[in-house]
Design a protein around this ligand. Sequence first.
Ligand code: KG4
Ligand code: ZN
Length: 334
Amino acid sequence: MKTCILAIESSCDDTSAAVIADGVLRSNVTARQKIHEKYGGVIPEAASRKHQLNIVPVVSEALESAGLTMNELHAVAVTIGPGLIGSLMVGVSYAKGLSLALDIPLIAVHHMQAHVLAHFIEEPRPRFPFLCLTVSGGHTQIVLVREDLSMEVLGQTLDDAAGEAYDKTAKLLGLPYPGGPLIDELAAKGDGSRFQFPRASVPGLNYSFSGVKTAVMYFLRERLKDDPDFIEKNIHDLAASIQEAINDALLQKLKRAVKESGIREVALAGGVSANSGLRSKAARWAEKEGLNLYIPKIEYSTDNGAMIAMAAHFKYQKGDFAPLDITPEARLSI
Ligand code: KG4
Ligand code: ZN
């Protein structure tokens, strides 16, 4: 009989559930929350209320499309952190209830490890050890992945995450939240060399993205004095130039990590890895250097239950189960 695991993700603003059977993904269902668009960012209180509404139908749909009933599950997995505490609590409480009611083990999954393990949902899978640039709305990390559950953060952002830089600069351009995908879309028709925004210089393999946002803010303030329609007239070039600055900075440190470690297997993960500019820039670099580059499908780049299910599969194999009194953690390091 196959080992079937239900996995739940509710760390931020997406409610997602997936079913995996013996390491093969059977379903992946996500409810996105639209409510945050007009506020320019995720409102934690609103996010947890929406999770509360979404979790039952999302889990039902995931089970149904996997062709399973709850009684056929062998374990239930959930994101334990990092994330918004109120959002995490909805998924964790639900998973605990299920574990107790069905008398099956609970598996606690680290959200950032799961982003990395999204690479194991489908072929081609990276070989160990590999380097993973995990770029999301809350994190920017260069991770050395020794084994499925053995990872080390080699460098990370000292302030804003890359996704945050995308979203905050997009907000300055008057775009709704999350602005990252919209910048990507607008940049496709723009000239990324038209405006120069700074690439912060920080030691080692660390990053800093707070400067881009401030530079764009001052730049726009000056230009808007002379021309109130400046943004509208130049939106494509502005988006492309912002995208260029962020992606350039991201790849600079990844290149350094490759050079220092000698590792030739390189992966991108997290919401920002959906960025088409980053994908093509990384692909050109990998081809030139003869590296093996892995980028997940977009549905497995942004937050999703499938990556939690994949991580849960590895944990189940090791018998790595969580006690029922485990609590969500907003700040959890790999
Ligand atoms: O991994 P993710 O879905 O959630 C977190 O764990 O944070 O990442 C969300 C982030 C947001 O900042 C969003 O704007 C960004 O990923 N993002 C993108 C794109 N798609 C999502 N940024 C740039 N270009 C994209 N195409
Ligand atoms: Zn994420």
